[in-house]
Design a protein around this ligand. Structure first.
Ligand code: SF4
Length: 273
């Protein structure tokens, strides 16, 4: 990786191989974006179809919430203890999707987050927009870099904030099991996205907007700090037999890997990623 595109200082993931023509298009990154776009479009189609056709027409369509894997986790207790019953807004499809997401986590770790999740994709889009704008507007770039430098002092706090998602996971799953309804639904930006075509206002709309605004400054803030589904699949991913191992004997500590990592992982000091 000798020739690099111009990196934006302090921006993780800004260092990329400088490829041209077809080679630049046939990278795994392009394939990943196409896959993400495909899943996001599918979910958008289901959401719109349910509202526009399903409610007023003769065709019965499933709510887009039937395609939320986290709904499967929220209803799991009721499903097991209630002989196949579900809490409201959930469906057998949620449990099936949950099983698929957890199987993917076990075999391919964060592949669901990186390749499929529409909320992850939206955050990526905003981050990419930010990167493009920073390239063309130097004053914006300087402002964001300066903000990040100030924010770097809070790095230790950031490390602890990463544990918030486990608390959210415990609250969402435990609360749903205890109270018998989805206690986190109204705050969950995933649910907000799935119900976006309904145009109803919930606290989740605010959480979604804050997440997207924050994505302009940091990579995937919701995923890093608050996502219970990411937390659940992350826990399972920890026992996955598949991981990347850094060859310490070949490492020159050039930090290109760390600068290229969109999630801000200190790859150059890690043993396994
Ligand atoms: S962490 Fe959550 S929001 Fe982020 S990509 Fe994974 S499932 Fe989606």
């Amino acid at each position: 990786m000798s020739a690099q595109s111009k990196p934006i200082p302090g921006t993780p993931g800004s260092v990329k191989p400088h490829l041209k023509g077809l080679k630049a298009l046939s990278t795994h990154q392009t394939f990943r974006r196409i896959t993400q776009l495909g899943f996001a479009s599918f979910i958008a189609f289901l959401a719109i179809q349910h509202v526009v056709i399903g409610k007023n027409g003769e065709i019965v369509t499933a709510s887009a919430e039937a395609f939320c894997p986290f709904g499967g986790l929220e209803t799991l207790y009721k499903y097991i203890t209630g002989g196949g019953a579900f809490i409201s807004h959930t469906h057998l499809m949620d449990v099936i999707l949950l099983t698929a997401v957890l199987a993917v986590a076990l075999l391919l770790r964060s592949a669901f987050c990186g390749w499929i999740c529409p909320l992850g994709f939206l955050q990526d889009l905003v981050s990419n927009l930010s990167r493009v704008l920073q390239k063309h507007i130097p004053s914006l770039r300087r402002g964001i870099v300066s903000l990040k430098k100030r924010g770097a002092r809070l790095a230790v706090l950031g490390r602890y904030l990463c544990y918030v998602k486990y608390i959210v996971l415990a609250w969402a799953v435990g609360g749903s099991a205890y109270f018998g309804y989805m206690v986190f639904r109204d705050y969950y930006p995933w649910s907000t996205l799935l119900n976006i075509a309904e145009f109803t206002f919930t606290p989740g709309v605010i959480v979604l907007v804050v997440t997207l605004v924050a994505s302009f400054f940091i990579e995937r803030p919701w995923c890093c700090y608050a996502c219970p589904l990411g937390a659940a699949s992350g826990i399972l991913g920890k026992v996955s037999p598949i991981y990347l191992k850094r060859d310490a004997s070949a490492c020159t500590s050039c930090k290109i890997c760390t600068k290229a990592c969109p999630m801000g992982i200190e790859v150059h000091t890690a043993t396994a990623i």
